[in-house]
Design a protein around this ligand. Structure first.
Ligand code: CP
Length: 307
C-alpha cells in the first residue's frame, strides 16, 4: 500500500501478506458485518463516473461500520462544472472527511489525487486503468468458491483492452501462480503492456479469439466482462464487437465441476439470462462479497484494527 497516507491506488502496492490479510478481514466482516468500529468517521464517495455496485457497497460498508457518508454520484452537481480542479476538489473534501473513495474517468486520476490528498484515497476505478477494490472482491470470491487462490486456470473473456477489472486482476494474481486464458476479439485484445507485465512476473497466459465449449473446458474461473460502450470514441467500432461473445447455458456442459462464472457487472448481454440459474453462476454472490471486502478496505485505509 501507499503507506505514506494509506491510499489504495493499485494492487501493485500490496504484498501477498497484505492481500491475504485483507481477505481474512473480509471473512470476519462476512461473519459479522454490523460493527460500530468507525463511529465518528466520515467516508466521502466521489463518483465522477456512474456506478451502482461500487458506490453503494462502499457506502453500505461505511454505514454498517458506524461511519457517516458524504459525497456525490453525479459530478454535474458539483463545482467541477464551474472549472474547479480535481486537486481543489480533493483538498476541499479532505477538510470534511477521513477517507475518500473516488471513481474517475481519467486514467491516473486516483494516483494524482493520492499525491495531493492529506487523507487516504481508495481508487474505485480510474478510466480503463485499474479497479483494485473490484479485484479484491474477485479474489475473495475465487478463494471462497475454490478453497484457495493457487494454480487456478482463469479465463478472462470480452473487453480485455479497456477492462480495468482484468488489468487489476493480473497484478493481484502474480503471487498465486495462475494460468490465464485471454479470450477477446483482436480489437479488444489484452494490451501489450499487460502481456509484458505477465512475462516479467512469470504469469502464464494463452490467447484465444474463439469462445466455445471446447475453449473453456479447462476453466476453474470464467470471468466474463462487458464491452464498454463508454470507452469507444467511434461507436461503429463498438457495434462491430459488442456481441462478440455471449455465454449460453449449453456452453457449460462438460465444464469442470468447480467452475464458477464471475462478472464484475453490470452485464448487458454477454451472459445469457439462462445461465443465471446454473449453480456455476456466481456473479450475484460475487457482488455481495464486495460489501465485506470494502469494509476491510475502509478499515485498512483508516488504520482501524478489525479485531
Ligand atoms: N463492478 C462495478 O464496478 O460496478 P459498478 O460500475 O456498478 O460500480
Amino acid at each position: 500500500m501507499n503507506q505514506s497516507n494509506r491510499s489504495l491506488i493499485t494492487l501493485e502496492e500490496l504484498s501477498k501478506a497484505d492481500i491475504l490479510q485483507l481477505l481474512d478481514n473480509a471473512a470476519k466482516f462476512e461473519a459479522c458485518p454490523n460493527r460500530k468500529i468507525l463511529d465518528g468517521k466520515i467516508v466521502a464517495t466521489l463518483f465522477f463516473e456512474p456506478s451502482t455496485r461500487t458506490r453503494l457497497s462502499f457506502e453500505t460498508a461505511a454505514n454498517r461500520l458506524g461511519a457517516r457518508v458524504i459525497g456525490f454520484s453525479d459530478a454535474a452537481t458539483t463545482s467541477s462544472t464551474k472549472g474547479e480542479t480535481l486537486k481543489d476538489t480533493i483538498m476541499m473534501v479532505s477538510n470534511y472527511s477521513d477517507v475518500i473513495v473516488m471513481r474517475h474517468f481519467l486514467e491516473g486520476a486516483a494516483r494524482y489525487a493520492s499525491e495531493v490528498s492529506p487523507i487516504p484515497i481508495i481508487n474505485a476505478g480510474d478510466g480503463a486503468n485499474q479497479h483494485p477494490s473490484q479485484t479484491m472482491l474477485d479474489l475473495y470470491s475465487m478463494q471462497k468458491t475454490q478453497g484457495h487462490l493457487d494454480n487456478l486456470n482463469i479465463y478472462l473473456v470480452g473487453d480485455l483492452k479497456y477492462g480495468r477489472t482484468v488489468h487489476s486482476m493480473l497484478t493481484a494474481m502474480r503471487f498465486f501462480n495462475p494460468t490465464f486464458h485471454f479470450i477477446a476479439p483482436k480489437e479488444l485484445a489484452m494490451p501489450d503492456v499487460y502481456k509484458q507485465y505477465c512475462n516479467n512476473n512469470g504469469i502464464k497466459f494463452v490467447e484465444h479469439t474463439d469462445f466455445n465449449r471446447d475453449v473453456i473446458a479447462g476453466a476453474d474461473i470464467l470471468y466474463m466482462t462487458r464491452v464498454q460502450r463508454e470507452r469507444f470514441s467511434n461507436l461503429d467500432e463498438y457495434e462491430k464487437v459488442k456481441d462478440a461473445y455471449i455465454l449460453h447455458n449449453d456452453m457449460l456442459e462438460g465444464s469442470k465441476p468447480n467452475l464458477r462464472i464471475l462478472h464484475p457487472l453490470p452485464r448487458v448481454n454477454e451472459i445469457s439470462q439462462d445461465v443465471d440459474n446454473n449453480p456455476k453462476a456466481y456473479y450475484f454472490q460475487q457482488a455481495k462479497n464486495g460489501l465485506y471486502v470494502r469494509q476491510a478496505l475502509i478499515c485498512n485505509a483508516l488504520n482501524i484494527n478489525v479485531d
